[in-house]
Every structure is written in structure tokens, then in C-alpha cells.
Write a new protein. Structure first.
Length: 229
């Protein structure tokens, strides 16, 4: 776990911890509330998506900028992958965590970058190479993606978006299942790392899950880095 103490970062390679909430606060009681409403996993997830979208929207612009900078510092002092790994990420939409400063750092450090492409419903994502100087074009669901002339690549590390994540490393996405299908397909062929990046406000003790849900390997927030093993 990477711990933050003032301006210092510390890597504790043998410790795996979920970590305490800022100021000792408890996790939001979202899942317990949702579980009282329904036993259906799909319905529970849908309700939780609304609640966590509202929670993420409360993060202020100042907190967002600070969190983005801290995540870059965490990776700089305790990199989760060595160059020249191919790292895929996402272009942030609406109030998602802004990973663009991290992408700039990864590119400068010698990593190959990629962004996801939705090709069809219920299909895994594909990835196209991307550099900071490359233009982006409109994709499905309001996304931005690399130009169709850019080469398709297969990532070694996937930085994935999320609405919430629990202490076991399971994420709540947007409901399309794209990253779960993608991770399952990649992991069936070889080892890849899945890294979630989120605000502390998005961490929960438990999220309803199905057998198709893929687990994260790491989570980065403004409070540190958390490994799931």
C-alpha cells in the first residue's frame, strides 16, 4: 500500500490494506440501504449507480484537481507498471476522475498509451494507440476515441473508470459490462493488470456482484494505492 503522510509517499510492499476513510468517517451505507430494497442484483446495481453518481458529483473542482495531482505523485514514486508497458485508460466524461495528468506522466515516462473503442454491444472493447498530440473523434455514448487510422493494440495495464469500488476490489461500472468482458477475454490469454482510479467518496464496503464481474488488481485514490490479492 502507498501511504500519504504530508508531502511524503511511502511504499509498503508487504501490506495489503483497504485503508481508513478521511477523518475516520465510515463508508456510505449505500449497499445496506439498497439491499433492503431488492434482492435482485441488477436492480440493486441500478439503484446504487444513481446514488454513487450523485456522490461523485459532490466532489469540488479543487478536490478533483488535488486528487489528480496526488495520483500522479503516487505513480511517480511507486509505479504500478514499468515502461514500455502499454497502458490503456479512458478519456474522462462529465464528472469522472480526470486521468489526463496521469496519462501525460505515463507518456513522458516511456509508456505506450491506448484508449478504448466500443465496436458493438455485448462485445469486448478494442484499444487504439494514442499519443497526447493525436486528435480524438466522437465515439458511442458521448466518448472520445483515437482516430480510426491509429493501430489497434493490446494493453498490459488497463486503467478503468468506475462509479464505486468495494474493499474486495469489485467495481460498479455503468452497466454495459464492457470492461468485465474485456478483462475476462484478456485474462484468459495472459496476465494483465486492472487499475481503478477514483475519489475516496466512491469507496464502499460492499457492492452487489455477479459471477461475471471482474476484480481490480489495484485502486488509486487521493488517499493512496490499495492492492487486492
Amino acid at each position: 500500500m502507498v501511504s500519504i503522510h504530508g508531502a511524503h509517499l511511502r511504499l509498503q510492499a508487504t501490506e495489503v490494506a483497504y485503508g481508513a476513510r478521511p477523518h475516520g468517517g465510515a463508508a456510505p451505507p449505500c449497499f445496506a440501504y439498497v439491499a433492503d430494497l431488492t434482492d435482485d442484483i441488477a436492480t440493486a446495481k441500478a439503484v446504487l449507480r444513481v446514488m454513487m453518481s450523485e456522490a461523485r458529483a459532490t466532489v469540488t473542482p479543487e478536490e478533483r484537481e488535488r486528487a489528480a495531482g496526488i495520483v500522479v505523485d503516487i505513480w511517480r514514486y511507486a509505479p504500478l507498471a514499468e515502461p514500455p508497458s502499454t497502458v490503456s485508460a479512458f478519456w474522462p466524461m462529465r464528472d469522472e476522475f480526470d486521468v489526463r495528468p496521469l496519462l501525460m506522466h505515463l507518456f513522458a515516462a516511456g509508456h505506450e498509451l491506448a484508449l478504448p473503442i466500443v465496436t458493438a454491444r455485448r462485445e469486448p472493447l478494442v484499444f487504439r494507440a494514442w499519443r497526447p498530440s493525436d486528435p480524438l473523434e466522437a465515439g458511442p455514448f458521448g466518448t472520445l476515441q483515437p482516430h480510426r487510422q491509429r493501430a489497434e493494440v493490446e494493453p498490459d495495464v488497463l486503467i478503468v473508470p468506475l462509479l464505486a469500488v468495494d474493499r474486495d476490489g469489485y467495481r460498479l461500472g455503468y452497466g454495459g459490462g464492457y470492461y468485465d468482458r474485456t478483462l475476462a477475454a484478456l485474462r484468459a490469454r495472459r496476465a494483465v493488470q486492472a487499475i481503478g482510479i477514483a475519489f475516496e467518496a466512491q469507496r464502499l464496503d460492499e457492492i452487489p456482484r455477479s459471477p461475471r464481474d471482474e476484480r481490480l488488481d489495484w485502486l488509486l485514490t487521493e488517499a493512496g494505492a490499495f492492492a487486492f490479492v
